[in-house]
Write a protein that binds this ligand. Structure first.
Ligand code: PLP
Length: 421
């Protein structure tokens, strides 16, 4: 029988737990492993999430019992694989509230999703058209647009960053013009934790006729996102950050826009007919899914999403907010700490530096005590340039983390500072 993930509200120290974190942790085998003699404290969830046993088991089951190539196979295994791959697509559709199944395009991840849009939607744009992004984007939401700008003479503009780690939306009205064809913005900053007011951005962008792409790489693991309610034109995310496997992700696009775009890659599956003279492209979603896809990845992503959907997002958000508040409060007690990203609306990401100490040294000494954090620019060099720093130490929490782990992290951090001091 499946373990209950939701318990009656129970009091643990000062935390009010609507989530049964202990039961959830028990579903993640890796969380009970050790780094040397230290229990693993995994605070690198912004980079990738750990995987629950149901996802790991689903991958094994696929290779043990179902492995076959999908689509057009007449044999038993091919039919099972195809059905499960398409059922997983339906899980994704329901999860993000898309209207049509064919609006869900499997990709290899967020990066590929953005590149696909930059390439294919970009084909519809002309010299002098404008694309608006922001100074807080991950490199994968900057570089494809810079490449497109160079290729097609498109003007790339940026919504500026503020010291709080929020974007300066007072500039939005003047940055949006009748030449703006696309606004591409992250929902949550992977370096600063800032939650952007994307609904507002979408409304304002639509008012000038621009389409909007939401980079949801950092949001779906923390909060409910509904593409129909948001009315975004594109949304991208990665499977590996939502408790699924690496190498698989999703691009949502509105049917009409996807149909207007030329295909991305040529090959099998994306065609209806091929002759020596001419190819007729397949319908959505296959038009954008050339070649043998990551079949097991797609299926296990569906499992991860079904698993995540069995939890309550409000409980997740409340609990992660408590972790963030507690972590922030404890971190601020340490002398010389600067926290980068102090937005009013923030996800459970703590980016910081300690006076004069290199983030890499701190990260290494934390690792020696079993604590996994990320150090560096987090693929957001413009943010680091803005703050005039080379990088930060980033602790990013998920709902399987605990207050006790934050205590371990803080005491390991104090030890590291002492060793370096
Ligand atoms: N966008 C954001 C906000 C991210 O945090 C990341 C990964 O950290 C990406 C894009 C790229 O995701 P992936 O490497 O899975 O394609």
């Amino acid at each position: 029988m499946e373990k209950s993930k939701v318990s009656l509200t129970l009091q643990s120290n000062s935390f009010v737990l609507a989530l049964n974190v202990e039961n959830i942790r028990a579903e993640f085998p890796i969380l009970s492993t050790k780094v040397g003699k230290y229990p693993l404290v995994y605070f690198d969830n912004g980079a990738t999430s750990e995987k629950p046993a149901v996802v790991i088991d689903r991958i094994s089951k696929y290779y043990e019992q179902e492995n076959a190539n999908i689509h057009r196979g007449v044999h038993h295994l091919s039919q099972i694989s195809t059905e499960n791959y398409e059922l997983a697509r339906e899980s994704v559709r329901a999860f993000i509230g898309a209207e049509h199944l064919h609006e869900i395009i499997y990709t290899s991840g967020t990066t590929e999703g953005i590149n696909l849009v930059a390439h294919c939607y970009g084909e519809l744009l002309n010299e002098g058209d404008e694309i608006l992004i922001t100074e807080m984007e991950h490199h994968s939401n900057i570089v494809p647009w810079q490449m497109l700008a160079e290729r097609k003479g498109i003007v790339l503009k940026y919504i500026p960053l503020l010291k709080s780690g929020e974007l300066d939306f007072t500039q939005l009205d003047s940055l949006l013009t009748d030449k703006t064809k696309l606004v591409s913005i992250t929902h949550i900053s992977n370096s600063l934790g800032t939650i952007n007011p994307i609904k507002d951005v979408i409304e304002k962008s639509h008012a000038v006729g621009a389409k909007v792409l939401i980079d949801a790489a950092q949001s779906l693991q923390h909060m409910k996102v509904d593409v129909k309610e948001l009315d975004c034109d594109f949304l991208v995310f990665s499977g590996h950050k939502v408790f699924g496997p690496t190498g698989v992700g999703v691009l949502f696009g509105k049917e009409e826009i996807l149909n207007s775009m030329p295909p991305y890659k040529g090959g099998g599956d994306m065609i209806k007919t091929v002759s020596m003279e001419k190819t007729v492209y397949n319908e959505l979603p296959h038009k954008f899914e050339a070649g043998t896809p990551n079949i097991v990845g797609g299926i296990a992503l569906g499992t991860a999403i079904d698993w995540l959907s069995s939890l309550n997002y409000e409980d997740i958000q409340q609990y992660e907010h408590e972790l963030l508040e507690y972590g922030t409060q404890e971190l601020m007690k340490i002398e010389g700490v600067t926290i980068y990203g102090t937005a009013e609306k923030k996800s459970s990401i703590l980016s910081f530096l300690i006076n004069g100490l290199h983030p890499y040294d701190i990260g290494t000494l934390l690792n020696q005590q079993g604590v996994a954090v990320r150090t560096g620019h987090h693929c957001t060099q413009p943010i680091m340039d803005y703050f005039g720093i080379p990088g930060t130490i980033r602790a990013s929490f998920s709902f399987y983390n605990t207050k006790e782990e934050i205590d371990i992290f803080i005491s390991a951090l104090k030890k590291a500072i002492q060793m370096l001091g």
